[in-house]
Write a protein that binds this ligand. Structure first.
Ligand SMILES: *Cc1c(COP(=O)(O)O)cnc(C)c1O
Length: 359
Protein backbone atom coordinates (compact mmCIF):
# COMPACT_ATOMS: atom_id res chain seq x y z
CA UNK A 1 0.00 0.00 0.00
CA UNK A 2 1.26 3.44 -0.95
CA UNK A 3 2.64 5.50 1.91
CA UNK A 4 0.67 8.71 1.57
CA UNK A 5 1.92 11.63 3.66
CA UNK A 6 -0.86 13.86 4.98
CA UNK A 7 -0.49 17.58 5.70
CA UNK A 8 -3.69 19.09 7.01
CA UNK A 9 -4.84 22.63 6.42
CA UNK A 10 -4.56 25.25 9.17
CA UNK A 11 -7.63 27.03 7.85
CA UNK A 12 -10.65 24.95 6.88
CA UNK A 13 -13.05 26.52 4.37
CA UNK A 14 -15.86 24.26 5.57
CA UNK A 15 -17.74 26.97 7.49
CA UNK A 16 -17.72 29.31 4.46
CA UNK A 17 -19.78 26.91 2.34
CA UNK A 18 -23.44 27.72 1.68
CA UNK A 19 -24.65 24.14 2.13
CA UNK A 20 -28.16 24.99 0.93
CA UNK A 21 -26.87 26.37 -2.38
CA UNK A 22 -23.98 24.13 -3.37
CA UNK A 23 -24.45 24.23 -7.13
CA UNK A 24 -21.95 22.10 -9.04
CA UNK A 25 -18.18 22.40 -8.65
CA UNK A 26 -18.35 25.82 -7.00
CA UNK A 27 -16.84 24.89 -3.64
CA UNK A 28 -13.61 22.92 -3.44
CA UNK A 29 -12.91 20.87 -0.32
CA UNK A 30 -9.94 21.52 1.97
CA UNK A 31 -7.51 18.90 0.66
CA UNK A 32 -6.19 17.38 -2.55
CA UNK A 33 -4.12 14.33 -3.36
CA UNK A 34 -1.06 14.94 -5.56
CA UNK A 35 1.27 12.40 -7.12
CA UNK A 36 4.11 13.16 -9.52
CA UNK A 37 5.58 11.08 -12.33
CA UNK A 38 9.31 11.42 -12.91
CA UNK A 39 12.08 9.14 -14.19
CA UNK A 40 9.56 6.53 -15.27
CA UNK A 41 7.47 6.19 -12.12
CA UNK A 42 4.66 7.69 -10.10
CA UNK A 43 5.52 8.50 -6.49
CA UNK A 44 3.27 7.53 -3.56
CA UNK A 45 1.83 11.01 -3.55
CA UNK A 46 0.65 13.11 -0.64
CA UNK A 47 -2.45 14.82 0.66
CA UNK A 48 -2.03 18.58 1.06
CA UNK A 49 -4.28 21.63 1.45
CA UNK A 50 -6.07 22.78 -1.72
CA UNK A 51 -4.26 25.80 -3.13
CA UNK A 52 -2.48 27.33 -6.08
CA UNK A 53 0.69 25.97 -7.65
CA UNK A 54 3.29 27.72 -9.78
CA UNK A 55 3.10 27.01 -13.49
CA UNK A 56 5.40 28.12 -16.29
CA UNK A 57 3.97 29.69 -19.47
CA UNK A 58 5.63 26.86 -21.41
CA UNK A 59 3.84 24.10 -19.51
CA UNK A 60 3.00 21.71 -22.34
CA UNK A 61 -0.57 20.86 -21.33
CA UNK A 62 -1.64 24.49 -21.73
CA UNK A 63 -0.57 24.27 -25.37
CA UNK A 64 -1.21 20.70 -26.42
CA UNK A 65 -3.87 19.40 -24.06
CA UNK A 66 -2.08 16.29 -22.80
CA UNK A 67 -4.60 15.93 -20.06
CA UNK A 68 -7.21 13.44 -18.86
CA UNK A 69 -9.75 13.47 -16.06
CA UNK A 70 -12.35 11.42 -14.24
CA UNK A 71 -15.65 12.18 -12.56
CA UNK A 72 -17.15 10.16 -9.72
CA UNK A 73 -18.98 10.69 -6.47
CA UNK A 74 -19.02 9.84 -2.75
CA UNK A 75 -22.42 9.54 -1.06
CA UNK A 76 -23.52 9.86 2.55
CA UNK A 77 -25.17 6.56 3.34
CA UNK A 78 -28.29 6.33 5.50
CA UNK A 79 -26.15 5.10 8.44
CA UNK A 80 -23.75 8.09 8.25
CA UNK A 81 -20.90 6.19 6.59
CA UNK A 82 -19.64 7.12 3.11
CA UNK A 83 -20.15 5.12 -0.09
CA UNK A 84 -17.95 5.16 -3.17
CA UNK A 85 -19.62 3.74 -6.28
CA UNK A 86 -17.79 1.52 -8.82
CA UNK A 87 -14.51 3.39 -8.49
CA UNK A 88 -12.55 0.44 -9.90
CA UNK A 89 -14.19 1.37 -13.21
CA UNK A 90 -12.96 4.94 -12.95
CA UNK A 91 -9.45 3.70 -12.15
CA UNK A 92 -9.48 1.54 -15.28
CA UNK A 93 -10.97 4.25 -17.46
CA UNK A 94 -8.37 6.76 -16.27
CA UNK A 95 -5.70 4.44 -17.60
CA UNK A 96 -7.59 3.78 -20.81
CA UNK A 97 -7.85 7.54 -21.40
CA UNK A 98 -4.18 7.96 -20.54
CA UNK A 99 -3.10 5.29 -23.00
CA UNK A 100 -4.66 7.31 -25.84
CA UNK A 101 -2.73 10.50 -25.06
CA UNK A 102 0.56 8.92 -23.89
CA UNK A 103 0.04 9.49 -20.18
CA UNK A 104 1.69 6.68 -18.18
CA UNK A 105 -0.68 4.36 -16.26
CA UNK A 106 -1.40 4.93 -12.60
CA UNK A 107 -1.62 1.86 -10.36
CA UNK A 108 -5.34 1.11 -9.92
CA UNK A 109 -5.01 0.05 -6.29
CA UNK A 110 -3.00 3.20 -5.54
CA UNK A 111 -5.84 5.22 -7.09
CA UNK A 112 -8.39 3.54 -4.82
CA UNK A 113 -6.15 3.91 -1.73
CA UNK A 114 -5.47 7.58 -2.46
CA UNK A 115 -9.16 8.26 -2.92
CA UNK A 116 -10.18 6.49 0.27
CA UNK A 117 -7.49 8.39 2.22
CA UNK A 118 -8.61 11.71 0.76
CA UNK A 119 -12.26 11.03 1.60
CA UNK A 120 -11.27 10.12 5.16
CA UNK A 121 -9.39 13.40 5.58
CA UNK A 122 -12.28 15.45 4.15
CA UNK A 123 -15.14 13.21 5.35
CA UNK A 124 -17.05 16.19 6.76
CA UNK A 125 -17.25 17.57 3.21
CA UNK A 126 -19.55 14.73 2.13
CA UNK A 127 -22.99 16.42 2.32
CA UNK A 128 -25.65 14.93 4.59
CA UNK A 129 -28.65 15.85 2.45
CA UNK A 130 -30.16 13.03 0.37
CA UNK A 131 -29.40 13.75 -3.27
CA UNK A 132 -26.31 15.82 -2.51
CA UNK A 133 -22.88 14.22 -2.83
CA UNK A 134 -19.15 14.82 -2.91
CA UNK A 135 -18.04 15.05 -6.52
CA UNK A 136 -14.52 13.70 -7.05
CA UNK A 137 -12.38 15.03 -9.86
CA UNK A 138 -9.06 13.35 -10.64
CA UNK A 139 -7.02 15.11 -13.34
CA UNK A 140 -3.72 13.97 -14.84
CA UNK A 141 -1.60 16.16 -17.08
CA UNK A 142 1.85 16.62 -18.54
CA UNK A 143 3.67 19.31 -16.58
CA UNK A 144 6.89 19.54 -18.60
CA UNK A 145 7.93 22.97 -19.83
CA UNK A 146 8.81 23.03 -23.54
CA UNK A 147 7.31 24.11 -26.86
CA UNK A 148 8.14 21.14 -29.09
CA UNK A 149 5.21 18.89 -29.94
CA UNK A 150 6.00 15.68 -28.09
CA UNK A 151 4.82 13.89 -24.98
CA UNK A 152 5.78 15.30 -21.63
CA UNK A 153 8.27 13.29 -19.58
CA UNK A 154 6.81 14.42 -16.27
CA UNK A 155 3.18 14.32 -15.18
CA UNK A 156 1.03 15.30 -12.26
CA UNK A 157 -2.04 13.52 -10.89
CA UNK A 158 -4.28 15.64 -8.70
CA UNK A 159 -7.52 14.51 -7.05
CA UNK A 160 -9.79 17.28 -5.82
CA UNK A 161 -13.30 17.05 -4.42
CA UNK A 162 -16.30 19.35 -4.38
CA UNK A 163 -19.58 19.08 -2.45
CA UNK A 164 -22.40 19.29 -4.99
CA UNK A 165 -26.16 19.65 -4.90
CA UNK A 166 -28.51 17.18 -6.50
CA UNK A 167 -28.56 17.62 -10.26
CA UNK A 168 -32.33 18.00 -9.85
CA UNK A 169 -33.01 20.48 -7.04
CA UNK A 170 -36.68 20.63 -8.09
CA UNK A 171 -37.01 17.00 -9.08
CA UNK A 172 -36.06 15.29 -12.30
CA UNK A 173 -37.38 17.03 -15.40
CA UNK A 174 -37.09 16.14 -19.09
CA UNK A 175 -34.89 18.42 -21.21
CA UNK A 176 -34.98 19.79 -24.75
CA UNK A 177 -32.12 18.64 -26.93
CA UNK A 178 -30.79 19.99 -30.23
CA UNK A 179 -29.30 17.41 -32.61
CA UNK A 180 -25.96 18.89 -33.77
CA UNK A 181 -25.74 19.14 -37.55
CA UNK A 182 -22.72 21.35 -38.14
CA UNK A 183 -20.42 20.07 -35.41
CA UNK A 184 -19.18 16.68 -34.29
CA UNK A 185 -17.62 15.83 -30.95
CA UNK A 186 -15.39 12.93 -31.89
CA UNK A 187 -14.54 10.65 -34.79
CA UNK A 188 -13.66 6.99 -35.03
CA UNK A 189 -9.92 6.71 -34.42
CA UNK A 190 -9.92 10.08 -32.67
CA UNK A 191 -10.20 10.84 -28.97
CA UNK A 192 -13.85 10.04 -28.32
CA UNK A 193 -13.23 7.01 -26.10
CA UNK A 194 -10.89 9.00 -23.82
CA UNK A 195 -11.94 11.45 -21.14
CA UNK A 196 -9.40 13.95 -22.41
CA UNK A 197 -9.49 17.76 -22.33
CA UNK A 198 -9.74 18.33 -26.09
CA UNK A 199 -13.10 16.57 -26.41
CA UNK A 200 -14.67 19.08 -24.09
CA UNK A 201 -13.12 22.03 -25.93
CA UNK A 202 -14.57 20.52 -29.11
CA UNK A 203 -18.04 20.50 -27.56
CA UNK A 204 -18.25 24.00 -26.11
CA UNK A 205 -19.31 26.02 -29.16
CA UNK A 206 -22.17 23.71 -30.10
CA UNK A 207 -23.36 23.66 -26.47
CA UNK A 208 -23.26 27.44 -26.23
CA UNK A 209 -25.22 27.82 -29.44
CA UNK A 210 -27.79 25.23 -28.38
CA UNK A 211 -28.28 27.03 -25.06
CA UNK A 212 -28.79 30.35 -26.85
CA UNK A 213 -31.55 28.71 -28.90
CA UNK A 214 -33.31 27.42 -25.78
CA UNK A 215 -31.97 23.85 -25.65
CA UNK A 216 -30.24 22.30 -22.65
CA UNK A 217 -27.68 20.35 -24.62
CA UNK A 218 -26.77 18.88 -27.98
CA UNK A 219 -27.07 15.35 -29.22
CA UNK A 220 -23.95 14.31 -31.13
CA UNK A 221 -24.07 12.30 -34.33
CA UNK A 222 -21.23 10.19 -35.66
CA UNK A 223 -18.40 12.14 -37.27
CA UNK A 224 -18.48 10.34 -40.62
CA UNK A 225 -21.98 10.35 -42.12
CA UNK A 226 -23.68 12.24 -39.27
CA UNK A 227 -26.54 9.77 -39.10
CA UNK A 228 -25.77 7.54 -36.16
CA UNK A 229 -26.33 8.77 -32.62
CA UNK A 230 -23.19 9.00 -30.45
CA UNK A 231 -23.91 10.74 -27.17
CA UNK A 232 -25.91 13.55 -25.58
CA UNK A 233 -23.78 16.35 -24.11
CA UNK A 234 -21.26 14.58 -21.88
CA UNK A 235 -23.59 11.64 -21.31
CA UNK A 236 -24.26 8.33 -22.99
CA UNK A 237 -27.67 8.03 -24.60
CA UNK A 238 -30.37 5.38 -24.41
CA UNK A 239 -33.61 4.87 -26.31
CA UNK A 240 -36.55 2.69 -25.40
CA UNK A 241 -38.29 1.54 -28.57
CA UNK A 242 -41.09 -1.02 -28.30
CA UNK A 243 -39.86 -1.83 -24.80
CA UNK A 244 -36.27 -2.58 -25.87
CA UNK A 245 -33.44 -0.53 -24.39
CA UNK A 246 -31.16 0.53 -27.24
CA UNK A 247 -27.79 2.26 -26.85
CA UNK A 248 -24.90 2.85 -29.27
CA UNK A 249 -22.17 0.20 -29.05
CA UNK A 250 -18.72 0.89 -27.62
CA UNK A 251 -17.29 -0.54 -30.85
CA UNK A 252 -18.40 2.64 -32.62
CA UNK A 253 -15.04 3.91 -31.36
CA UNK A 254 -16.23 7.45 -30.75
CA UNK A 255 -18.21 7.24 -27.51
CA UNK A 256 -17.04 7.25 -23.93
CA UNK A 257 -17.55 4.07 -21.92
CA UNK A 258 -19.75 5.46 -19.17
CA UNK A 259 -19.92 3.78 -15.78
CA UNK A 260 -23.59 4.76 -15.56
CA UNK A 261 -24.16 3.26 -19.01
CA UNK A 262 -22.81 -0.06 -17.81
CA UNK A 263 -24.79 0.21 -14.56
CA UNK A 264 -28.06 0.77 -16.45
CA UNK A 265 -27.35 -2.13 -18.83
CA UNK A 266 -26.53 -4.44 -15.91
CA UNK A 267 -29.72 -3.46 -14.06
CA UNK A 268 -31.76 -3.85 -17.25
CA UNK A 269 -30.52 -7.46 -17.45
CA UNK A 270 -31.48 -7.95 -13.78
CA UNK A 271 -34.94 -6.51 -14.47
CA UNK A 272 -35.44 -8.67 -17.56
CA UNK A 273 -35.61 -5.68 -19.91
CA UNK A 274 -34.42 -6.57 -23.42
CA UNK A 275 -31.31 -4.62 -24.39
CA UNK A 276 -29.62 -3.98 -27.70
CA UNK A 277 -26.20 -2.36 -28.04
CA UNK A 278 -26.28 -1.29 -31.66
CA UNK A 279 -25.90 1.69 -33.93
CA UNK A 280 -29.05 3.73 -34.23
CA UNK A 281 -29.56 6.44 -36.84
CA UNK A 282 -31.31 9.67 -35.92
CA UNK A 283 -33.75 8.98 -38.77
CA UNK A 284 -34.71 5.69 -37.11
CA UNK A 285 -35.45 7.55 -33.86
CA UNK A 286 -37.73 10.01 -35.67
CA UNK A 287 -39.41 7.20 -37.62
CA UNK A 288 -40.03 5.21 -34.43
CA UNK A 289 -41.59 8.32 -32.93
CA UNK A 290 -43.83 8.81 -35.98
CA UNK A 291 -44.98 5.19 -35.65
CA UNK A 292 -45.69 5.63 -31.94
CA UNK A 293 -42.97 3.14 -30.95
CA UNK A 294 -40.52 5.52 -29.26
CA UNK A 295 -41.24 5.11 -25.55
CA UNK A 296 -38.38 7.03 -23.93
CA UNK A 297 -35.02 8.72 -24.47
CA UNK A 298 -32.55 9.51 -21.68
CA UNK A 299 -28.92 10.33 -21.04
CA UNK A 300 -26.78 8.51 -18.46
CA UNK A 301 -23.85 9.95 -16.52
CA UNK A 302 -22.44 10.38 -13.03
CA UNK A 303 -23.58 13.98 -12.60
CA UNK A 304 -27.29 13.51 -13.38
CA UNK A 305 -27.45 9.67 -13.16
CA UNK A 306 -30.40 9.70 -15.60
CA UNK A 307 -31.47 12.71 -17.65
CA UNK A 308 -34.77 12.20 -19.50
CA UNK A 309 -35.06 13.82 -22.92
CA UNK A 310 -38.47 15.39 -23.52
CA UNK A 311 -37.85 16.96 -26.93
CA UNK A 312 -35.50 16.38 -29.83
CA UNK A 313 -34.99 18.94 -32.56
CA UNK A 314 -33.36 17.89 -35.84
CA UNK A 315 -33.39 19.40 -39.30
CA UNK A 316 -36.29 21.76 -38.60
CA UNK A 317 -38.43 19.04 -37.03
CA UNK A 318 -39.27 18.68 -33.34
CA UNK A 319 -40.54 15.56 -31.64
CA UNK A 320 -42.00 15.45 -28.13
CA UNK A 321 -41.16 12.26 -26.27
CA UNK A 322 -43.46 10.68 -23.69
CA UNK A 323 -45.46 13.95 -23.46
CA UNK A 324 -42.44 15.69 -21.86
CA UNK A 325 -42.95 13.43 -18.82
CA UNK A 326 -40.44 11.30 -16.92
CA UNK A 327 -40.77 7.78 -18.26
CA UNK A 328 -41.10 4.63 -16.19
CA UNK A 329 -37.74 3.25 -17.36
CA UNK A 330 -35.88 6.47 -16.54
CA UNK A 331 -37.49 6.64 -13.12
CA UNK A 332 -36.87 3.01 -12.32
CA UNK A 333 -33.15 3.21 -13.17
CA UNK A 334 -32.75 6.53 -11.36
CA UNK A 335 -34.44 5.30 -8.18
CA UNK A 336 -32.55 2.02 -8.18
CA UNK A 337 -29.09 3.48 -8.82
CA UNK A 338 -29.44 6.29 -6.28
CA UNK A 339 -30.95 3.79 -3.83
CA UNK A 340 -27.78 1.68 -4.03
CA UNK A 341 -25.53 4.74 -3.83
CA UNK A 342 -27.19 6.05 -0.65
CA UNK A 343 -27.22 2.62 0.99
CA UNK A 344 -30.99 2.12 0.79
CA UNK A 345 -31.06 -0.74 -1.70
CA UNK A 346 -29.01 -3.93 -1.49
CA UNK A 347 -25.72 -3.74 -3.40
CA UNK A 348 -25.96 -7.10 -5.18
CA UNK A 349 -23.14 -6.45 -7.61
CA UNK A 350 -20.54 -5.31 -5.05
CA UNK A 351 -20.42 -1.84 -6.51
CA UNK A 352 -19.96 0.03 -3.22
CA UNK A 353 -16.81 0.65 -1.20
CA UNK A 354 -18.07 1.66 2.23
CA UNK A 355 -15.93 3.94 4.42
CA UNK A 356 -16.89 3.75 8.08
CA UNK A 357 -13.95 4.91 10.13
CA UNK A 358 -12.71 8.35 9.32
CA UNK A 359 -9.51 8.47 11.44
C1 LIG B 1 -17.98 11.18 -18.39
C2 LIG B 1 -18.73 11.03 -19.65
C3 LIG B 1 -19.82 10.16 -19.79
C4 LIG B 1 -20.48 9.46 -18.64
O1 LIG B 1 -19.68 8.60 -17.94
P1 LIG B 1 -20.08 8.14 -16.48
O2 LIG B 1 -18.96 7.26 -16.08
O3 LIG B 1 -21.37 7.45 -16.57
O4 LIG B 1 -20.16 9.39 -15.66
C5 LIG B 1 -20.37 9.99 -21.05
N1 LIG B 1 -19.90 10.65 -22.11
C6 LIG B 1 -18.88 11.52 -22.01
C7 LIG B 1 -18.41 12.23 -23.22
C8 LIG B 1 -18.27 11.75 -20.77
O5 LIG B 1 -17.28 12.62 -20.67
Amino acid sequence: MANIKITKTQESKHSKVDWDNLGFGVYLSDHIYVSNYKDGEWNDGEIIPYGTFPCEPAMCTLHYGQSIFEGLKAFRSVDGSVNLFRIDRNAKRLNHSGSRVVIPPFDEQQFVDALVQLIKVDHNWVPRTRGHSLYIRPVVFGDGNFLGVHSSKTFRHIIMTSPVASYYPEGMSPVKILVAKDFVRAVRGGLGTAKTAGNYAASLLASEQAKKSGYSQVLWLDGVGRHFVDEVGAMNIMFVIDGTLITPPLESGSILEGVTRDTVLTLARDFGIPISERSIAIEEVFDAHAEGRLNEVFGTGTAAVISPVGQLHYNGETIVINDMQIGEYAKRFYDHITGIQYGEIEDKHDWIINIKNFD
